[in-house]
Design a protein around this ligand. Structure first.
Ligand code: C2E
Ligand code: MG
Ligand code: MG
Ligand code: MG
Length: 283
């Protein structure tokens, strides 16, 4: 089958494509089957510390390698699974794999970094998942691993969660679990909401990074998002960074972390381990 690397840049979300790839009526069954048959793979994309050039963390990103359809982009199946109301099964699966990965690295005494998992607002209504997360974080804390898992929540999801499930956000907060605001600037929400939000890291949406080259105003926006975040004691990650020029500008602007193909694509577990091994030798 064609790999992620070749398909991804050309995949554009579109209703007709979704129909072709994801038959909604069959989705729930396919999802269960997919999980059971390990068709879903967790990839890890390194996030680099802009100051040191070393790996600081990683983001877990799901991939579906379907036996007949081949690689299906998360941009296609995640919205469909969300609409179907089954996203928490998948997110929980990813989270358990990530915990397993982190624990294995510790057991082998190997270098590992914190990993962030994407959560949908729907996950916050899955009581079993939420209770398990809290329990697991507490267990991690006992062995000093409480910083190892983080959660990414998009602006839109965050607004809904804050409105209805602020108790859960609070239980994450008191446990020092880092929350990342994903895709900042891509939705309708944005600036006004920052004054009421409580999160640790802001991820500047890749659409800004894309646009920086052609539009000098975009550079001003990016620079000022970083400055504003810092004044609020929030760290920043730039997403979708592909060129040296973008890296240079982001470093100059004080961006804390950089994520993108420039440093690394999302990697399957074995390649991510290789990446970590190489990084652990850096000093
Ligand atoms: P996201 O959370 O904003 O993830 C970042 C996306 O940007 C990923 O797309 C990643 O592969 C892509 N990316 C990273 N660096 C670059 C770059 O330099 N250039 C370009 N063109 N793209 C880059 P991906 O993996 O296709 O995922 C798309 C979205 O699907 C994610 O956006 C996230 O919203 C969702 N998603 C992925 N995995 C999960 C999951 O396990 N659970 C949930 N709920 N959503 C997920
Ligand atoms: Mg994300
Ligand atoms: Mg994002
Ligand atoms: Mg996104």
């Amino acid at each position: 089958y064609i790999t992620d690397e070749y398909v991804q840049p050309y995949m554009i979300y579109d209703d007709s494509m979704q129909a072709a790839y994801v038959d909604k009526a069959k989705l729930t069954g396919e999802l269960q089957e997919g999980i059971a048959q390990e068709q879903f793979k967790v990839y890890y994309q390194p996030v680099i510390d802009a100051k040191t050039g070393k790996i600081a963390s990683a983001e877990a990103l799901i991939r579906w390698i379907h036996p007949e359809k081949g690689f299906i982009s998360p941009g296609l199946f995640i919205p469909a699974i969300e609409e179907d109301g089954h996203i928490s099964e998948l997110d929980f699966y990813v989270l358990k794999k990530v915990w397993q990965f982190i624990n294995e690295r510790y057991e082998k005494n190997k270098f590992v970094v914190p990993v962030s998992v994407n959560l949908s607002w729907m996950d916050f209504y899955d009581e079993v998942m939420m209770e398990t997360i809290i329990k697991e974080i507490d267990q991690f804390k006992e062995v000093g691993r409480e910083y190892m898992t983080r959660f990414e929540i998009t602006e839109t999801s965050y607004a809904a969660i804050r409105e209805n499930r602020s108790d859960i956000l609070e239980s994450f907060r008191i446990r020092n679990t880092k929350i990342l605001l994903d895709d900042f600037g891509s939705g309708f929400s944005s600036f006004g909401m920052l004054q009421d939000y409580d999160f640790d890291i802001l991820k500047i949406d890749m659409s800004f990074i894309r646009k920086m080259e052609e539009n000098p105003k975009t550079k001003s926006i990016v620079r000022n998002i970083i400055g504003m975040a810092h004044e609020m004691d929030i760290e920043t990650v730039a997403e979708g960074v592909e060129t040296e020029e973008q890296v240079r500008f982001l470093k100059q602007s004080g961006c804390d972390y950089i994520q993108g193909y420039y440093y690394s694509r999302p990697l399957p577990e074995d390649e991510f381990i290789e990446f970590l091994e190489k990084e652990s030798l850096k000093n």
